[in-house]
Design a protein around this ligand. Structure first.
Ligand SMILES: Cc1cc2nc3c(=O)[nH]c(=O)nc-3n(C[C@H](O)[C@H](O)[C@H](O)COP(=O)(O)OP(=O)(O)OC[C@H]3O[C@@H](n4cnc5c(N)ncnc54)[C@H](O)[C@@H]3O)c2cc1C
Length: 385
C-alpha cells in the first residue's frame, strides 16, 4: 500500500488553468471534497482567456448542471443553428444549407470570458492555485511520486499529474519522451509531442456587432450564425466573433503561429467574396493571422499516474466549435473517476485507464469530424455526417 504524505487520499497536480484544468479542479472538489488535494499550476499570472464566442452544446450544458454551475449558462435557443452560404461570388452569394440543431437538442453560445469567470469563481477550497508556474518537465521518482520542474527553477511533487496545458503541452512532451520503446514506437515520439500545421491560416478579429449594423444594416451576418464558404476559404460570423480561414498546402509552419497583420492582407485573401462578406472585413479591428495547428492522433492519453486532457490531448480544428466542449467532458469524466470513493492511490492508474478508454476514441472521432467539416466548408467534400 502506497501512503500519501498527508491526510488526503492523494494529491493531484493539474498543469494549466484553462477551461479543462478549471473544470477538472471543480469536479474533483465537488465529488471528493478534501479527500483529494489539488495543486493547479498556471503559467500566466492570472486566469485569462482569449477568444470570444464559445459553443455550449447539450452535453457541455449537462456537465455544467451536474456541477451546479448552470445558472448563468444561456438556455438552449429553440432555433439555434447555422446557415452556410456559397460566398465566392463577387455579385452576391446564396445560402446552400440551413442546419438547425434543434433536432439534436443542441445548446447555444456564450462569451468565453463569462464561462471562464464562472469557473474561476467556483474553484474549490481543496485547490491551491499557483500562478507564474510554467511546467517545463516532470520526472517519476520512487516510490511513485512525481517531481515537477518549473521555468522559475522551482520544483514541486505530486501523486498524480494531469496535463491540461493546451496545444503546446509540456506534460505531453515529457510523457512521450519518457514513455519507453515497449509502449510507443521511438520514431513517433516527436510526431506525438509536437503539434502539426493543418495548412490553414486563420484571419481573426473581434469587433462590436453594432459596427456592422451601422455600416451595413441589412448584412446577412447580423441575422444569424452564418458561415461564408468559398473554395479553399471560409468566413464565419458568430455574433461579434470573426474567423477567416484560408486553406494552403500543409507543411511545417515557419515563423510565429499568431501575428498581427494589416487589414489589406486579410482583404486580399477574400477579394473574390460576396459584398456582405467583404463588408464584414471592413469592420475588422487589429486583425491577426493564426497558423492553425492540431495535436496528431495520440495512441494514449494516460500512463501510470499521468494523464492528458483537453487540447493537450487532442487540440483540433475549430470547424465544429467543439474543442472547449471536449475539454470540459474530458475533465468531468476524469474528475468523477479520480473522485470516486473506490479510487485509491494504488489504483489511480486503473481509473486513468478507464478515462482513456472512454474519452480517447470519442475525442478523436470528434476531431476527425471537425477536419471533414472544414473540407465541406471550402467545397473539398460534400457531406460528412
Ligand atoms: C481560432 C480558434 C477558435 C476556436 N473556437 C472555438 C469555439 O468556437 N468553440 C470551442 O469549443 N472551442 C474553440 N476553440 C478551441 C478551444 O479554444 C480549446 O479547445 C480550449 O480552449 C481547450 O481548453 P484547454 O483547457 O484544454 O486548453 P487551453 O485553453 O489552451 O488552456 C491551457 C492553459 O494551460 C496554461 N499552460 C500552458 N502551458 C503551460 C505550462 N507549461 N505550465 C503551466 N500552465 C501552462 C495556459 O496558460 C492555459 O491557461 C478554438 C480554438 C482556436 C485556435
Amino acid at each position: 500500500m502506497l501512503i500519501s504524505s498527508s491526510t488526503h487520499k492523494f494529491r493531484v497536480a493539474i498543469c494549466g488553468a484553462g477551461i479543462g484544468g478549471l473544470v477538472l479542479a471543480i469536479t474533483i472538489g465537488k465529488f471528493a471534497g478534501h479527500d483529494i488535494h489539488i495543486d493547479l499550476y498556471e503559467a500566466h499570472d492570472a486566469i485569462t482567456t482569449s477568444g470570444a464566442g464559445i459553443s455550449v452544446p447539450r452535453r457541455t450544458a449537462e456537465v455544467m448542471v451536474e456541477l451546479g454551475l448552470s445558472e448563468k449558462i444561456p438556455n438552449p435557443s429553440p432555433d439555434y443553428g447555422l446557415r452556410l452560404r456559397k460566398s465566392n461570388a463577387l455579385k452576391g452569394g446564396f445560402e446552400w444549407f440551413h442546419f438547425i440543431f434543434k433536432t439534436l437538442k443542441r445548446g447555444s453560445t456564450m462569451h468565453r470570458k463569462d464561462l471562464v469567470d464562472i469557473l474561476e469563481q467556483n474553484i474549490p477550497s481543496s485547490c491551491t492555485v499557483h500562478f507564474n508556474k510554467r511546467l517545463t518537465k516532470y520526472e517519476k521518482h520512487s516510490p511513485g511520486s512525481l517531481v515537477l520542474y518549473f521555468a522559475d527553477d522551482s520544483t514541486s511533487t505530486a501523486d498524480v499529474l494531469v496535463g491540461a496545458d493546451g496545444i503546446h503541452s509540456s506534460v505531453r512532451k515529457t510523457f512521450f519522451e519518457t514513455i519507453g520503446p515497449d509502449t510507443v514506437d521511438p520514431s513517433k515520439i516527436r510526431h506525438y509531442g509536437d503539434p502539426s500545421w493543418t495548412g490553414t491560416l486563420v484571419y481573426r478579429s473581434v469587433f462590436p456587432a453594432e459596427k456592422l449594423s451601422k455600416l451595413d444594416p441589412s448584412n446577412v451576418a447580423l441575422k444569424d450564425f452564418i458561415i461564408f464558404c468559398g473554395k479553399g476559404k471560409e468566413r464565419r460570423s458568430m455574433s461579434q466573433h470573426m474567423l477567416l480561414m484560408n486553406g494552403k498546402l500543409a507543411q511545417p509552419f515557419e515563423g510565429h503561429w499568431v501575428s498581427d497583420v494589416s487589414l489589406e492582407e486579410a482583404e486580399e485573401a477574400y477579394q473574390d467574396f460576396e459584398p456582405d462578406a467583404k463588408r464584414l472585413l471592413n469592420c475588422f479591428e487589429k486583425p491577426s493571422r493564426w497558423a492553425l495547428h492540431v495535436v496528431n492522433e495520440l495512441p494514449l492519453f494516460t500512463c501510470d499516474r499521468v494523464a492528458l486532457i483537453g487540447d493537450a490531448a487532442h487540440a483540433m480544428t475549430p470547424y465544429c466549435g467543439a474543442g472547449a466542449g471536449q475539454a470540459i467532458e474530458d475533465a468531468f469524466v476524469l474528475g468523477r473517476l479520480l473522485a470516486h470513493p473506490l479510487t485509491t492511490l494504488d489504483n489511480v492508474p486503473v481509473a486513468l485507464k478507464a478515462y482513456q478508454d472512454v474519452r480517447l476514441p470519442f475525442t478523436q472521432f470528434v476531431a476527425r469530424g471537425s477536419g471533414l467539416t472544414g473540407k465541406m466548408y471550402d467545397f473539398r467534400r460534400t457531406w460528412v455526417l
